[in-house]
Design a protein around this ligand. Structure first.
Ligand code: SF4
Length: 317
């Protein structure tokens, strides 16, 4: 959960998660949708899918026991160089080196590495490996990560209370705050799309579980068009669509998304071309990923037809 996310954002999710699935076998036997719903709002949903795959491998093929070496850990779904080093050192006290953004920052300042990231990554990893002790490597890994998170912070590092101040080269040269340098990333492109919110007369809402692979894979959401420069309309059901006149904006890792919203009411007999109607009392907005929850918050309760603009001829979008 902590990859790409802060402890503050994760704490509530983590506690609820381990209370519901306290062991790897409990998680392995969980339903996919329940795990995805418990992850909703945390982002980077491939992590949840991989966590589930990993739990099933450990439960089914490894008798419920995690391997303890970095190489064997990396053989499991979703566990790469960073996570394998973290588990091996913190859980099994192996002398492996954990390198996250905090560690890179501390190393770049301590040793005054001026080459920008990401080119400097191999050098920063080598420096971090050189400092990793054989004994208590897990404590050491957590100490350096915490130092980066709380003392050697991106802006205004608290060098006055830093236990490494006497050997910190960037501090001595007065450029600590400028490091690590980073190559400027190109601006993210903007993609557009339409989200369709449909309610039946009995209150049921039309929802869709997204395909297992890809962005928001396996998550519950509203039917949408593809997301692109000017995607063609793709209404999921025949209806008198109204434009909500509002737009959801959301930023993913590689692009900004602008989703306009179309809403419609349909009869209890209406049959969707895709998706399924979920009864109102089963619908839980907290199971939606953030972008879909933003659509929910804007669209529901559906406004009266009189408050909406003109009907939208979807072919002309
Ligand atoms: Fe970071 Fe300052 Fe400590 Fe150097 S002395 S490691 S710049 S907090």
């Amino acid at each position: 959960m902590l990859q790409q996310t802060t402890v503050a954002a994760v704490r509530g999710y983590f506690l609820a998660f381990v209370e519901r699935w306290p062991t790897v076998r409990d998680l392995a036997s969980a339903e996919d949708e329940d795990v995805m719903a418990a992850w909703a709002g945390l982002g980077y949903y491939a992590r949840a899918r991989n966590l589930l795959k990993c739990a099933r491998r450990v439960a089914d093929e490894l008798d419920g026991k995690f391997p303890s070496t970095r190489a064997d850990l990396q053989d499991l779904p979703g566990i790469g160089p960073y996570t394998s080093a973290a588990i091996a050192s913190i859980a099994f006290d192996q002398p492996e080196t954990v390198v996250d953004g905090n560690v890179e920052r501390v190393m770049s300042r301590l040793c005054c590495v001026e080459e920008p990231l990401p080119n400097s990554k191999p050098e920063l990893t080598r420096l971090a490996e050189g400092l990793t002790p054989n004994a208590r490597a897990g404590d050491y890994a957590q100490a350096v990560m915490d130092l980066g998170a709380t003392v050697c912070t991106p802006r205004n590092p608290a060098c006055g209370i830093c236990p490494l101040v006497s050997r910190c080269v960037a501090r001595e040269r007065g450029i600590a705050q400028e490091l690590p340098r980073k190559i400027r990333k190109p601006a993210k492109p903007i993609r557009n799309g339409v989200a369709y919110v449909v309610q039946r007369a009995d209150g049921a809402l039309l929802v869709e579980t997204r395909p297992p692979e890809g962005l928001l894979g396996g998550m519950l959401g509203w039917p949408t068009t593809d997301w692109g420069e000017r995607p063609p309309p793709a209404p999921p059901i025949d209806a008198d669509w109204q434009s909500l006149g509002a737009e959801v904006r959301h930023t993913f890792t590689h692009f900004h998304l602008r989703l306009s919203i179309r809403v419609a009411r349909v009869s209890d007999r209406a049959v969707p071309e895709r998706g399924r109607f979920m009864p109102w009392d089963e619908f839980d907005a907290s199971a939606l990923p953030t972008v879909m929850r933003k659509v929910h918050d804007l669209a529901l309760p559906l406004p009266d037809a009189a408050d909406l603009g003109q009907s939208v001829a979807t072919e002309a979008d």
